[in-house]
Design a protein around this ligand. Structure first.
Ligand code: CP
Length: 309
């Protein structure tokens, strides 16, 4: 067991002050990237990525980011590793963490990544679990700050599934001092235990039956697919239940005139969001996707090297 190692398994693992550092560092790293300036803070370090679910953005952002920091990357999936042949996750963690400096894992239950981290000799990053997606919210917050300044005191409307993104937004709201308004169909609500921040359920987020009410006066409107990975068997039932939770022009009109729209992607135009909104002027989804790489480079550095001047 390695209790002293700093992991990033859920948003609540860091303080508001650590997030302020990470956002400033990510801005510096992004500036250097845009100027083609070398930034090899992690030369000779190796990242292992473990994917038990599919990915485009997480794979590319971590892999490209680690190479840009001067490091190298090993990629494993369930299909091409012994994880797919039932090797215990604890044994996988023990072995991988003797050979690399840091691990990013995308998996199913949060308990599985927690177990991996308990048996890892090196920091572990959550690249998405059923319960949380902290790297995505890190990128979303950075994107908001880039476009509109501090998030403190602002209002974010979450429309759709009470999923891993919603849980993570709720933790972020409590930690960073903004309001989260959540509107989900009945039966798909946010689990207040998962959304809790260090034992403070309910703090920072409010529930709305009507998605337009949730959007009223919001600074940011955000959503996700109706069916997250692993829940495909519920596809048809969800399509019916979520029909009124499509972010459209009327919902955006209820928000503030300068409200932003975000979606972690991949998106299904005509389901959780209309093409008019996601491809419209208030949408910042491409910046949001790109920023995964910049914030994760700051995160990799922070977990391996601590604070840098
Ligand atoms: N948003 C996100 O995590 O994208 P991928 O599933 O493509 O990694």
């Amino acid at each position: 067991m390695s209790a002293a190692i700093k992991h990033y398994l859920q948003f609540a693992d860091f303080t508001a002050e650590e997030y302020a550092y990470l956002f400033a560092r990510a801005a510096l790293i992004k500036r250097k990237f845009k100027a083609y300036e070398k930034h090899h803070s992690l030369s000779d370090r190796t990242l292992a990525m473990v994917f038990e679910k599919a990915s485009t953005r997480t794979r590319v952002s971590f892999e490209a980011g680690m190479y840009q920091l001067g490091g190298s990357v090993v990629n494993l999936t369930s299909g091409d590793s012994q994880l797919g042949r039932s090797e215990p996750i604890e044994d996988t963690a023990r072995v991988i963490s003797r050979m690399v400096d840091i691990v990013m894992i995308r998996t199913f239950e949060q308990a599985r990544i927690d177990l991996f981290a308990q048996h890892s000799r090196v920091p572990v990053i959550n690249g998405l679990t059923n319960e949380y997606h902290p790297c995505q919210i890190l990128a979303d917050l950075f994107t908001y700050i880039e476009h509109r300044g501090p998030i403190q005191g602002k209002t974010v409307a979450w429309i759709g599934d009470g999923n891993n993104m919603a849980n993570t937004w709720a933790q972020a709201a409590a930690l960073l001092g903004f309001t989260l308004r959540v509107s989900t169909p009945r039966g798909y609500e946010v689990d207040s235990q998962l959304a809790a921040l260090n034992g403070a359920p309910g703090k920072g987020w409010q529930s709305f039956a009507d998605p337009r009410e949730a959007c009223a006066g919001a600074d940011l409107v955000t959503t996700d697919v109706w069916t997250s990975m692993g829940y495909e068997a519920e596809n048809e039932a969800r399509r019916q239940a979520f029909a009124d939770w499509c972010v459209d022009a009327a919902m955006m009109a209820a928000a503030k005139p300068d409200a932003l729209f975000m979606h972690c992607l991949p998106a299904h135009r005509g389901e959780e969001v209309t093409a008019e909104v996601i491809d419209g002027p208030q949408s910042v989804v491409w910046d949001e996707a790109e920023n995964r790489m910049h914030v994760q480079k700051a995160l990799l550095e922070y977990l391996l090297l601590g604070r840098l001047a």
